[in-house]
Structures are given as structure tokens and as C-alpha cells.
Design a protein around this ligand. Structure first.
Ligand code: EPZ
Length: 423
């Protein structure tokens, strides 16, 4: 299995281009089903999860072609039904969007239970509640979920927890529900807005995405068209934190600085210099950093998807800090790997108490999930000596060309497929 071999201790310097946002792409691709037409989606990241979605769309009967530059042509006109209980949907979490998109277009969907990173229970009760409120009936047997409806009718839906997935799923089905749907306590994440913008560009009527009340008026039909996915603020945040961890100086290009505010604010509080420009920012280290406390929250709070790399930074920052993970109940599994590198961290329930150490030791670690894997790479870039990150298939699900991007910034990092670990 592939691994990354990293000789750490180099300050990162240079410019990095941020790819399209994985979590927006993974909502927009299933949303193309709703159009039943030809869509051209640009700025897709070339990552495993996008390739899995291409395979899902192909399996459903769509015509799909994808270029190396991240442009996908998807024609969903030939899809006749949304029936895919063969396990393919277990390969990623975002396959749950087939429930909303398939229900919207075909009024009947069958899929295997969605998979994704093992970071907690990840129930889908709010998706079910929302789709049922629109007229859907669920049958869950073994590992297969079916939702069907005679017709969809708009309704008022209050989400008990702020859920990105449930918000987007309900929005997708509601596009074709008769009358008005109102989602209250909706998620405000940038990919909720991006999906709404895509659907509106194709003829939907969705207002309020980005606030906690979203209003959708059902329409008869969507048309095809062209759309470009927003930049990945989680990838961008990972590189910003890598700059801090390695005491480096990076220009992060192709971003929306506003989406990065929670990260920018915390890094500035720690003492990093950050200058924002139109669609880029410079992040550079000048003086010793001070610890901060972090609590993950729904957007615009500090993102749970950057909790892991941020913990690496705090683990190497002199002083005490606390990280509270309030979104997922089991997102600290990677801490054992960090402790192997010499970090001093104690976890109790959803809180990690960190005593910063001067340096981490190079060693062999593994990616326990996608963002934990990115955190391990960041840790190994800072640890002096040669480290290995195993199980990087998790990282490949969500970070485009990670080793090439870091190599261009001066990191000594390479992918090996076998036992040869020489740099
Ligand atoms: C999305 O997951 C992202 N995944 C996650 O990114 C991200 O961490 C998360 O949103 C939060 O921002 C995709 O977009 C594919 P939620 P999702 O529904 O939709 C609870 C990554 O690394 N909940 O907003 O699964 C849930 O258990 C991934 O890129 C319910 O209780 O997250 C969690 O505690 C990991 N019932 C909280 O809500 C439900 O029906 C937020 O989950 C749904 C969710």
C-alpha cells in the first residue's frame, strides 16, 4: 500500500494553488441528476472521492467524461432510475445526496448505506426527517435504504442539529416539491451556498442559502449549464497551518479569504502574519507563537475538518491549550499517533488538553481518516528526521496532488508504493 516518506524540518516557502472544494463537488455532482440534462462542472479536484462519484453516475446510466484539468461533462438525461444497492455508495459519505437528488427527480431511490470517515456515529435522522416532511417514505433493511414518494410537497422543516448533509439533501428534493419549503436552523457552510448557487443557475428557486433559514419554491424542471466549484477552504487551511508549523512563508492562491476567516483569526491570535488579497493570502511566520484554545463549531465557527492539523500546531506551541471537538464525537483517534511523535496531549471525551513541546520526533505513523492523515503529513513536515505516513488512501480521498504541492513548497516528501523508503 502507498505511503508518504517525509524528511521534516524544512521551512515551507512559495506559492500553492488551492483546488476545487471536495465537499461542494460531492454535492454538485449528484445535483446534476436533478437537471436531467447536460452539465459542465469545472474546478473539480482530482481526488478519489470525485472519481467514486463519477463511477456512481456512470453506474446510474449517465454519460460522464472528465479531463485532467478537473472539468467534467455529465449528461444525466439517460438515467432512468436511482437504484444502486451494490455497495458503491459505501465508499463515501456524500452518497447520501443521492437520496435527495434521486427523490427529487425519480420519486424513488435505493442505495447502500453511505460510508465515509469513521469519526463518530454520523446518523442521518435529520435527512430522513426532512425528506419525510416533503412526502418521502423510508424503508431501511440491513444495509440498504429506500426512499420513495407519490409526490413531493413543500413543508416547513426545523433541523434539530445543524447538519450540512441534511440541509443540502432537503434543498435538493425540495427543488421539485410543490409549493414552498422552508428549512430552519439550516447549515451555513460555503458548500451549502455553492450547491444552492449551482441549482439556481440551473433554474431552481432557492433563497437564503448562507443564512439559517433557506426558502425553496418548487419548480417544474431544471436545465443544464456550466458551473465552477468554489475553492477548498479546508485544503487552504491545511496549507496555512503547515506554514505555521514549519515556520514558513506561503502565498495561498485561488481562495475566498472570507471562507477562511475562522482559521485566519486563530492563526493571527497565535502570532502568525497574514495578509489578505482578492483571491489569495500570504501567511508567514515571524515570531514565536502563543497557544490558543479552539472549539469546533458549524460555519462560521472553527471547522471540525481543520481541528486535526490545528492540534498538531498547538502540540508544537509552547504553553497549554485546549481543543474541544463539538461536531463529531470520535474525531481524536489520531492523537495516539501524535503522542508517538512526542506530543503531550490528554483526551477526555470531546476535549484534548495539550502541553506544547519544542519539537516532534520523526517516526512511522498512520492516517486514521482523511483530515487526520493531512494532520500527520503536517506533523511529519515539522519533525526533524525521516517519517513515514501509512494508509494514505484516506488522504487521497480528499487532497489533490498533496506530495507534489508540498514538494513545490520545499518539502522533502515522496510517495512510495513498496518497502523502498529512501528520499
Ligand atoms: C459534512 O459531513 C462534511 N462531509 C464533513 O467533512 C464535515 O466535517 C461536516 O459536514 C461538518 O462540516 C461532506 O460534506 C461530504 P453534518 P456531514 O451532517 O454532512 C450530526 C471531511 O473530512 N447529525 O453537518 O456528515 C452529526 O452526527 C468530512 O471532509 C445528526 O445527528 O456532517 C454531526 O455530529 C468529514 N443527524 C453533526 O450533526 C443527522 O441526520 C454535523 O454533521 C445529520 C447529522
Amino acid at each position: 500500500m502507498a505511503k508518504l516518506v517525509i524528511e521534516g524540518g524544512n521551512r515551507l516557502r512559495g506559492k500553492v494553488n488551492i483546488s476545487g472544494f471536495k465537499n461542494a463537488a460531492l454535492a454538485i455532482l449528484p445535483a446534476t441528476i436533478l437537471t436531467g440534462d447536460n452539465c459542465i462542472i469545472e474546478n473539480l479536484p482530482m481526488i478519489q472521492d470525485v472519481f467514486v462519484y463519477r463511477d456512481i453516475l456512470l453506474k446510474l446510466g449517465a454519460d460522464v467524461s472528465i479531463s485532467d484539468s478537473g472539468l467534467m461533462n455529465v449528461d444525466t438525461s439517460k438515467i432512468e432510475k436511482c437504484f444502486i444497492p451494490n455497495g458503491l455508495t459505501k465508499k463515501l459519505r456524500a452518497s447520501y445526496y443521492l437520496l435527495g437528488a434521486g427523490l427529487g427527480r425519480f420519486k424513488d431511490v435505493t442505495i447502500s448505506y453511505p460510508g465515509g470517515c469513521d469519526i463518530g456515529l454520523r446518523p442521518i435522522d435529520q435527512h430522513i426527517k426532512g425528506l419525510e416532511a416533503l412526502g418521502g417514505t423510508f424503508e431501511v433493511k440491513d444495509d440498504v435504504i429506500r426512499v420513495s414518494a407519490k409526490k413531493l410537497k413543500g413543508n416547513k422543516i426545523y433541523l434539530d442539529v445543524v447538519s450540512v448533509g441534511a440541509t443540502i439533501n432537503i434543498m435538493m428534493a425540495a427543488v421539485f416539491a410543490e409549493g414552498k419549503t422552508v428549512i430552519e436552523n439550516a447549515a451555513k457552510e460555503p458548500h451549502v451556498v455553492d450547491t444552492a448557487n449551482f441549482l439556481n443557475a440551473m433554474g431552481a428557486s432557492i433563497r437564503g442559502a448562507g443564512t439559517d433559514v433557506i426558502r425553496i419554491t418548487g419548480v417544474e424542471k431544471l436545465h443544464g449549464g456550466e458551473y465552477s466549484v468554489i475553492p477548498d477552504q479546508i485544503e487552504a487551511g491545511t496549507y496555512m497551518i503547515a506554514a505555521a508549523v514549519t515556520k514558513g512563508d506561503l502565498i495561498i492562491n485561488n481562495i475566498i479569504p472570507k471562507h477562511l476567516e475562522p482559521v485566519t483569526a486563530k492563526l493571527k491570535e497565535m502570532g502568525m502574519n497574514i495578509e489578505e488579497y482578492g483571491d489569495s493570502l500570504r501567511v508567514h511566520y515571524e515570531k514565536e507563537l502563543v497557544p490558543v484554545n479552539i472549539k469546533t463549531l458549524p460555519y462560521p465557527g472553527f471547522p471540525t475538518d481543520l481541528q486535526q492539523p490545528m492540534t498538531v500546531l498547538l502540540a508544537m506551541t509552547k504553553g497549554d491549550s485546549i481543543v474541544i471537538e463539538s461536531i463529531f464525537e470520535n474525531r481524536f483517534k489520531y492523537i495516539d499517533e501524535l503522542v508517538k511523535m512526542g506530543a503531550r496531549i490528554k483526551v477526555e471525551n470531546r476535549a484534548a488538553a495539550i502541553k506544547g513541546v519544542e519539537k516532534l520526533n520523526a517516526t512511522e505513523v498512520k492516517a486514521t481518516d482523511l483530515r487526520a492523515g493531512a494532520a500527520m503529513v503536517v506533523a511529519c513536515l515539522a519533525a526533524e528526521g525521516v517519517s513515514t505516513v501509512n494508509d494514505i488512501y484516506h488522504i487521497d480521498r480528499g487532497y489533490e496532488f498533496i506530495e507534489n504541492k508540498f514538494m513545490n513548497l520545499g518539502a522533502k516528501i515522496r510517495r512510495v508504493e513498496d518497502e523502498d523508503q529512501q528520499i
